[in-house]
Structures are given as C-alpha cells and as structure tokens.
Write a protein that binds this ligand. Structure first.
Ligand SMILES: [Zn+2]
Length: 70
C-alpha cells in the first residue's frame, strides 16, 4: 500500500510502501532521483533496487531485486 509521497525537489521524490519488504513484510522507503531508484527496509535493513515500468492501462508497476543488507 502506498502511504505518502514526499517531493524533495524537482527531480527527487520519496515514498513509503507498507508491507512491501520481501524479507520481513515491513515498510519499504523508496527514493527516486536522477541517480536511479533505491529502496530500504528500516525493519530488517534490506536494500533493494526497484525497477519501475509504466503500463498504459494499469499505471506504474514496481519490481524489487535485493542487492544487500545495511
Ligand atoms: Zn524488511
């Protein structure tokens, strides 16, 4: 579930996805910027790289691939 979108500046935004962590089902903190998309779970410290695709009829699709632990 998408809870909140915070616009940091013209090119960067952050949002939270409740229950989206694949490891512990915790809340993922996502950041989208010109450097790419990154996500972090504050509960289990998993770091993931989201892949965002736009579908013409269903909106945005976000996929996650675990890349490490903090
Ligand atoms: Zn987690």
């Amino acid at each position: 579930m998408l809870n909140d979108v915070r616009v940091i500046n013209e090119t960067t935004a952050e949002l939270q996805l409740t229950g989206a962590c694949l490891v512990c089902e915790g809340t993922l903190e996502l950041r989208f910027s010109p450097d790419g998309a990154r996500a972090f779970c504050a509960t289990c410290h998993t770091i993931v790289t989201p892949r965002v695709r736009r579908h013409p009829h269903r909106g945005l699709a976000i996929e996650f691939r675990a890349v490490g632990l903090a």
